[in-house]
Design a binder for this molecule. Structure first.
Ligand SMILES: Nc1nc2c(ncn2[C@@H]2O[C@H](COP(=O)(O)OP(=O)(O)OP(=O)(O)O)[C@@H](O)[C@H]2O)c(=O)[nH]1
Ligand SMILES: [Mg+2]
Length: 631
């Protein structure tokens, strides 16, 4: 997922560049192809809905645009609206088709051709066609469709050169059966063939746009009503798809990995597998990385070499008096010095843990395991007012809550988007945080980890149930197709991890620098004590030392900063646990809040922000009381 939202605005006035869009169903390999055809990397994951915003990059003399996956060019969902707009403006389309799913994917192909959009078909996943025991005659498909069809295996690059070479041949048949419906449209309307097709399918935005244009031209004709032949047009198109598939596809399907997939989705086996995976995450993060890598980085690299050297250098370079005192404090103080503690937290604590977690989660994403495990929880999701599609943002959230808020676009209704956003803000810890949390809990033992996860699930469930009961409206059921189980590709996992870690550093490091400078300044001026003092009733109510107040101040900016700050507090096991629970449930990072404002509205943002304070302290207080921390 990339956040270059303005990347696909299409050619502007005076801009003669052409654009070519990659269009197709979710999870068909559009983003992998985009990465093969252009120098840009966009995120690739084995579940539908990875791409929610468009990205563009140069390809020869044209601009290639990666779009969100869709099952049709219309306006039923946010992804469809984004993709429809791009298709209407594009000079050509590369229609990416999952060759093992022709009966599903050719619908979009025929729709594009009906619209008269110049198209080249990338017949992707040809490796899996073979593995599944199917045979597809690409030449016959090319003859049936009347446009270039290029078999590809995006992940190995097979066929990609041919695809690039044949882009100029993009075309559409002169006329298709849908033309017989155009007669139902008013005479002489000013609409392109693409628009006419959308009009007979009853696409409202197109009707409004064309109607408005007519109104301007005629000076007052009635606004155009959508024609509403959707049923008939779709039925006819599906019949064509079926007859094409019959002529080009041979062999009977061997479903690979079906057994394993089944095991993941059945509660008896799925739940233990999920638990085993969670334990593996804990072990990798907590034991291998936190207790080895982070420990080494903190004590040896930073403690023995880096910090003394930097402190000495600062002492040498700055004069010992006057204006230099505050500067020196800012740079090397013991609690948040810019060059000392801040650098150690960012590079020595957060980065190794974040990278490790990205590696684990990236592997699971590539394997297609996560959505299957989500099916096990489907009943649970249902109870908290969500359908299966909400799983994707919740999974993305474990990586980065900020990005996940953007992913909530794949969730059907407004109501579910709000519930998902609230759950993300209130109860889903992000990777950086999970890293530090797992690290700290590993020192206490696995029982604490189990307790931590159970508690989070409890909060997630409770918040969901409460919102489900209180928000008006109903959930809409929508079963999303499961991705195929695959052996994860190390190159993709590595690249994705590097990409995400880079993004983490670019985002977190400057923010941490500014936060540390601000907090140090407050500290120098003596104001930090006042703030920590003001928080004293809260920290005392949790049975935690006053210094936890400083951690909370960091947490206002990013929860992972707070978690990192906890590594330096001297706490008992129970206190550590209470602190981690509070920090986890505390307010989302300021970037997430900005995203909630952009994607939702001020009310949702306030609900999430204030709700986080309340949840964090109510749950933290309860845990504290239960563990006997408050005496
Ligand atoms: N075996 C195989 N896997 C592929 C091929 N192309 C893509 N994949 C895998 O399919 C999954 C989806 O790829 P993406 O490029 O993210 O799919 P997308 O079409 O961009 O999906 P959305 O962004 O969700 O619409 C990833 O796990 C890829 O590694 C292929 O030709 N063969
Ligand atoms: Mg994609």
């Amino acid at each position: 997922m990339t956040a270059s939202g303005d990347a696909a605005r299409g050619p502007t006035a005076g801009d003669v560049e052409t654009s070519t869009a990659l269009v197709g169903a979710p999870n068909t390999g559009k983003s992998v192809l985009f990465g093969r055809l252009t120098p840009e990397y966009v995120e690739v994951s084995n579940y539908p809905g990875t791409t929610v915003e468009t990205t563009a990059a140069p390809l020869g003399s044209t601009r290639l645009i990666d779009t969100p996956g869709v099952h049709g060019i219309s306006s039923f969902s946010e992804e469809e609206r984004v993709t429809r707009r791009i298709v209407l403006r594009a000079d050509a389309v590369v229609n990416v088709v999952d060759a093992t799913q022709l009966d599903r994917d050719l619908f979009v192909t025929l729709q594009l051709l009906d619209m008269g959009v110049p198209t080249v078909v990338a017949l992707n996943m040809m490796d899996e066609v073979e593995a599944e025991g199917l045979e597809i005659d690409a030449d016959a498909l090319e003859r049936s469709l009347g446009v270039p069809v290029v078999p590809t295996v995006a992940v190995t690059g097979a066929g990609v050169d041919e695809l690039r070479d044949r882009l100029p041949e993009a075309s559409a048949p002169e006329s298709t059966p849908v033309a017989s419906y155009y007669g139902a449209l008013p005479d002489g309307i000013d609409a392109s063939r693409a628009e006419k097709t959308l009009l007979v399918e009853g696409d409202e935005p197109t009707a409004r746009r064309v109607g408005a244009r007519d109104l301007a031209a005629d000076g007052g004709a009635a606004p155009l009503a959508a024609v509403g032949e959707r049923e008939a047009v779709y039925r006819e198109r599906r019949t064509r798809v079926r007859s094409i598939v019959e002529t080009v596809e041979r062999g009977s399907r061997r479903r690979l990995g079906e057994r394993l997939g089944g095991l993941l989705m059945r509660p008896v086996t799925g739940v233990p597998i999920a638990l085993a995976l969670l334990f593996a995450v804990f072990y990798v993060m907590g034991v291998l990385v936190a207790q080895r890598v982070v420990d080494y980085a903190e004590t040896v690299l930073f403690g023995r070499y880096y910090a003394p050297a930097v402190e000495a250098a600062v002492a040498d370079l700055l004069p010992a008096s006057g204006w230099a005192r505050p500067v020196e404090f800012l740079l090397v103080n013991d609690s948040l010095g810019l060059l000392t503690v801040t650098v150690r937290y960012t590079l020595g604590v957060l980065l190794p843990l974040v990278v490790a977690f990205y590696l684990v989660i990236g592997t699971l994403e590539d394997a297609g395991v996560l959505p299957r495990l989500a099916v096990v929880t489907d009943r649970g999701l249902d109870r908290i007012g969500l359908n299966g599609r909400a799983v994707v943002p919740l999974i993305v959230g474990v990586g980065c809550v900020t990005m996940a808020v953007v992913s909530t676009r794949v969730v059907g209704s407004r109501r579910e988007r709000l519930i998902t956003t609230a759950l993300l803000g209130l109860a889903i810890p992000c990777s950086a945080q999970i890293g530090v949390v797992a690290g700290l809990l590993a020192e206490l033992g696995p029982v604490w980890w189990i307790g931590y996860l159970t508690l989070l699930l409890g909060v997630l469930g409770t918040v969901g149930v409460v919102l489900d009961r209180t928000l008006p409206g109903r959930q809409d059921a929508l079963i999303e197709q499961l991705p195929r189980l695959r052996v994860p590709r190390p190159t993709n996992v590595a690249r994705k991890t590097a990409n995400r870690a880079g993004a983490f550093l670019r985002e977190a490091a400057p923010l941490f620098g500014v936060t540390a400078a601000a907090v140090s300044t407050l500290d120098y001026l003596g104001a930090l004590d006042a703030i920590v003092g003001a928080l004293r009733p809260l920290t005392a109510a949790l049975g935690l030392p006053a210094s936890f107040g400083e951690v909370l101040v960091l947490g206002l900016i990013r929860r992972d900063f707070a978690a990192a700050g906890m590594t330096d507090l001297q706490l008992t096991a129970s206190q550590t646990f209470v602190g981690l629970v509070v920090v986890t449930l505390f307010v989302p990072c300021i970037l997430t809040m900005a995203m909630v404002l952009r994607e939702r509205d001020a009310r949702s943002a306030i609900l999430v922000w204030v709700g986080s304070w309340v949840t964090a302290f109510v749950v933290g207080g309860a845990v504290s009381a239960a563990l006997g921390v408050i005496t």
